[in-house]
Ligand binder design. Sequence first.
Ligand code: APR
Length: 258
Amino acid sequence: MPDDAQGNLTEVSAWLREARHIAVLTGAGVSAESGVPTFRDAQTGYWAQFDPQDMASEAGFRAAPSRVWAWYEHRRALAQSAQPNAGHHALAAFAQRWPGRLTLITQNVDGLHQQAGSEPVLCLHGNLLDNRWLDVPRDCCRMEHAAAGSPPYCDRCGNLVRPGVVWFGEPLPLATLDAAQRAAQSCALMLVVGTSGAVYPAAGLAHRARAAGARVVVINTAPSELDAIAHAVLRGPSAQLLPALLGTANPVGMSNPA
Ligand code: APR
């Protein structure tokens, strides 16, 4: 374990034991050790020539529906072939051991938290495996017709099927965001794990927690835009640091369930 993380880890473990309610905000970094590229990792191979921010948008999809659909099919295949790592499992095990104490909020769309057994998961940006109609569906939009490599479509009105994720410029699911904001407002400790902190409103949850008096801890292999508001930074891989941290969290005054 990186040396500077060890020192902070002891302090953060004490904060965790004292915290009755913990909110965890995760980003693509928690899936990196499962082999799922992070959002701002350089795209590889064929996809390196395209900007993910362009493709993850309605305008990008309308401009090149087959290309964007193929990119999501590529990402779905990566996510479906990936397995949750020790970080995902540590979060799920902690929540099962201490029911109601941990609220998990994720920006990830890969489904790996759910696969590790976390439930519920507040998915701010949707799920890669979900689809929906691009335009408001009409009565004719019942059957999806798919041509190889292209998005399914309605053969009556031409409506396209699109990935059910939240694209840049689109609103987040209101109920999910509201629940995440309430958790940020009421937690005693927020762990911000594997996110660059570059995208709002997700990153704003860390500011909200801090403003409400929670301790904020960043877990990341590299500096992030939220380090500046953190009370502690654990510099290292989440698949190592989350098990080390969450395995030590017998709260003060709470008996350890059988
Ligand atoms: N352990 C911890 N952190 C890691 C690890 C790891 N093993 N590997 C990478 N990281 C960190 C990187 O240092 C970076 O800060 O994970 C972060 C990944 O950042 P991004 O690629 O920007 O992903 P994310 O923060 O989730 O992006 C937020 O932006 O593009 C939108 O919708 C997209 O949900 C995404 C959102």
